[in-house]
Each structure stands twice: as C-alpha cells, then as structure tokens.
Design a protein. Structure first.
Length: 101
C-alpha cells in the first residue's frame, strides 16, 4: 500500500458477499494488479460504483468522505517539495553509511 488505508465508501446491505462479487465482475478490467486476481484493488470513481450498486442492489445509504491526507498532500506537492524530501532521505542514507563504516 503506497498510502495509509482510507475508507472512501461504506455501503450497508444485507448480502455483502453477493454485492462484492457483482462489483468485482463489473470492475474487473479496472484492476490495479491484473496478474494476481486476489489483489482486490480497482480504479473506479465513486459515482461509477454507485451506479453499479444501485443497478444490482437498489438505492443504498453510503458515506463517501475519506481524509486521504498523504495522498492529497502528494497530489499538491511541487517538484521543489519533492526534491527537498529526496535530499533529506539522501542525507540520512549517507549518515547511516558513515555510521556503519
């Protein structure tokens, strides 16, 4: 996982395994890891998920509010910010190498 796990949507339903199966079949082509189908991560917009859920399960109550702090910080970082962070890590690596020597 590149970032801490954030919950982006919670759907309440009576038969969660059935709904999960439908979602996996509908978004199969959007898998992030296509080589290992056990890795159940997909690229999908919340509105796309809602359409599938409503088509197969009816209207449901859901919450769609994720903090995603590190992800959003990563999106807003400038190249200068990234270069600074890389320089800090490089300095730490040099310090560790010096201590080990």
């Amino acid at each position: 996982m590149p970032f801490p796990f954030d919950i982006h949507m919670v759907i309440a339903c009576e038969d969660a395994p059935k709904l999960e199966n439908v979602l996996h079949r509908c978004f199969h082509k959007n898998r992030l890891n296509r080589a290992n189908p056990r890795k159940e991560f997909f690229r999908a917009e919340l509105h796309e998920i809602c359409k599938v859920v409503e088509a197969h399960h009816g209207v449901v109550q859901y919450t769609a509010d994720a903090v995603a702090l590190e992800y959003n910080q990563s999106l807003s970082m400038t190249d200068e910010d990234q270069e600074f962070i890389e320089s800090v890590y490089e300095a730490e690596e040099l310090e560790e190498e010096t201590v080990e020597s």
